[in-house]
Design a protein around this ligand. Structure first.
Ligand code: ZN
Length: 170
């Protein structure tokens, strides 16, 4: 097991598209294992593959019921509305109350290639939407209103000024 460095705001890989996993082989299993390790070390509730620089449609999460892996996830349906204070390992130290649908129906496959179909709400539903956003190159910042976004970008710019390029902080 090993941990990956987590890519942070400003790293272009967070904005790039990710690709469907065509074959679930040992490499994907290893990637998922190391992503889980990375998520726990951070610590975080979820982690998408492109947050560790891998452009594949895989995410891992643990909402307190043990680690889960979803390959090629798709959100089929959403319902309701829920406001939740949402942060992101790629935008460390910041969080905002974000409104999103409450319930989602997620489908995908697990590491054995079995189909997954999960109806989730509250935190689990939120994690699914957040990680799907990552895999589509979308950061939580894009859900902010104009004022919030301006503030957030100011904070992030200042941080880059003091700390150097993201990823080079010790
Ligand atoms: Zn995130």
């Amino acid at each position: 097991m090993a941990t990956f460095p987590i890519r942070t705001y400003g790293d272009p890989v967070l904005r790039q598209q990710t690709f469907e996993v065509e074959e679930i082989d040992g490499r994907i299993a290893r990637l998922a294992k190391n992503m889980i390790e990375t998520m726990y070390a951070a610590p975080g509730t979820g982690l998408a593959a492109n947050q560790v620089g891998v452009q594949k449609r895989v995410f891992v999460y643990d909402i307190g019921e043990g680690p889960q892996v979803v390959v090629n996830p798709v959100i089929k349906e959403t319902d309701g509305e829920w406001t939740y204070e949402e942060g992101c390992l790629s935008v460390p130290g910041l969080s905002w109350p974000i409104v999103r649908p409450n319930a989602v129906h997620l489908v995908g496959v697990d590491l054995d290639g079995n189909e997954i179909s999960i109806e989730a709400d509250t935190l689990e539903g939120r994690v699914f939407q957040h990680e799907l956003d990552h895999l589509n190159g979308v950061l939580v910042i894009e859900h902010l209103d104009d004022d919030q976004r301006r503030e957030a970008l100011k904070t992030l710019r200042l941080r880059t000024l003091y700390l150097g390029d993201p990823g080079e902080t010790l």
